[in-house]
Design a protein around this ligand. Structure first.
Ligand code: UDP
Ligand code: MG
Length: 322
């Protein structure tokens, strides 16, 4: 692969997933062109039509006929934003890949900065929405709560308020391709692969037109994909609950015993004491066993994701290799 810092005529693929964006896709394309046409790179556009039911495909076909830099993939149905982005990245061939939304919310004015940072040697330039520019209080609150939670329970640090607006070197894209897991949360996977990453804050702008395709259901599904694919902590709940129940059984016995050694009675009926003790012990043991099963399921889950055990950035140089 050519050295990013030396070669100025690098190829850059702009990957844009689109779902029912027919009324604005031409406008946002022209906006991106107005920025990138002045930059010294070989640009290609790779649109991914994610099962649109409007005229998005017709608009993309017309754009591709008019401009040889425009290419598109047409998915067989709506697979969702993360899947569409993955399809685009897997098909891309450029030295650098930029992913961005097709609704104009990711300002193309940021592209020169993304590329400058890649040229400075960063493999991943991850954008971050500036906090004062959130679209609505609901999105702002759910987003900040989500990132706080995920960063407490996940072993991978995920940049808060990060967007799927980023530049990646070919090496970083190839590393992402080694993770074929089904439930994808790209903001986590991008942090997981390592390499040198820099955060670039940007001010999001309102949609050029059309409506958000992220319904509440899709947001919840994305959050669940993130939590369950980046954390095994929910599986340890059984063990913790079991431990808690056994501790309560122990406390009950200590309480009753403390009266018994002093020759007094605790005021609790013997029926209640024995029933509660058995319930706590049996419940605790069951919860712990359930927790063990949870941990095994977690390990199976990690194996079936087929994530690589490691990712090599620079292969070892072998002397006398021919
Ligand atoms: N998108 C997609 N498939 C989907 C949902 C969204 O390809 O199932 C695209 C959409 O056309 C847009 C980008 O992903 O280009 C971001 O979606 P949207 O703007 O609706 O999300 P929001 O900005 O509201 O979070
Ligand atoms: Mg949007």
């Amino acid at each position: 692969m050519p050295s990013i810092s030396q070669n100025s005529q690098l190829s850059v693929d702009i990957v844009v997933p689109v779902y029912n964006e027919g009324e604005i896709v031409r406008q946002t394309f022209e906006h991106i062109c107005s920025i990138v046409d002045h930059l010294p790179y070989n640009f290609s556009f790779l649109y991914v039509n994610d099962g649109s039911t409007d005229d998005t495909l017709d608009v993309l076909t017309a754009l591709a006929e008019k401009d040889p830099r425009v290419h598109f993939l047409d998915l067989s149905r709506n697979f969702g934003h993360q899947a569409a982005l993955t399809a685009g990245m897997n098909t891309s061939t450029g030295d650098i890949v930029i992913t961005m939304d097709g609704d104009g919310q990711h300002p193309p004015e940021v592209i020169p900065q993304l590329l400058n940072l890649v040229k400075q040697g960063y493999d991943i330039v991850q954008t971050q929405r500036m906090s004062e520019a959130q679209p609505s209080w609901f999105k702002s609150w759910t987003s900040s709560t989500f990132y706080k939670l995920i960063n407490v329970i996940s072993g991978t640090y995920i940049v808060p308020a990060s967007a799927d607006f980023r530049a990646l070197t070919r090496q970083a894209v190839d590393a992402l391709k080694t993770m074929p897991e089904y439930h994808r949360f790209l903001r986590g996977l991008v942090s997981y692969i390592g390499f040198s990453m820099v955060i670039l804050p940007y001010k999001p702008v309102p949609r050029v037109g059309g409506k958000s395709k992220y319904s509440l259901g899709k947001m919840v599904r994305l959050a669940m994909d993130a939590i369950f694919s980046f954390s095994l902590i929910p599986l340890y709940i059984g063990i913790s609950m079991g431990g808690l129940l056994l501790c309560l059984a122990l406390l009950e016995i200590i309480y009753v015993f403390s009266f018994w050694v002093r020759g007094q009675t605790s005021g609790l009926t013997t029926d209640w004491i024995s029933l509660m003790f058995v319930t706590l012990i049996v419940g605790g043991i069951l919860m712990i066993l359930l927790g063990f099963i949870g941990v095994y399921v977690g390990y199976i889950f990690q194996e079936v994701k087929h994530r690589p055990v490691y990712i090599i950035k620079q292969p070892a140089k072998k002397e006398n290799s021919d």
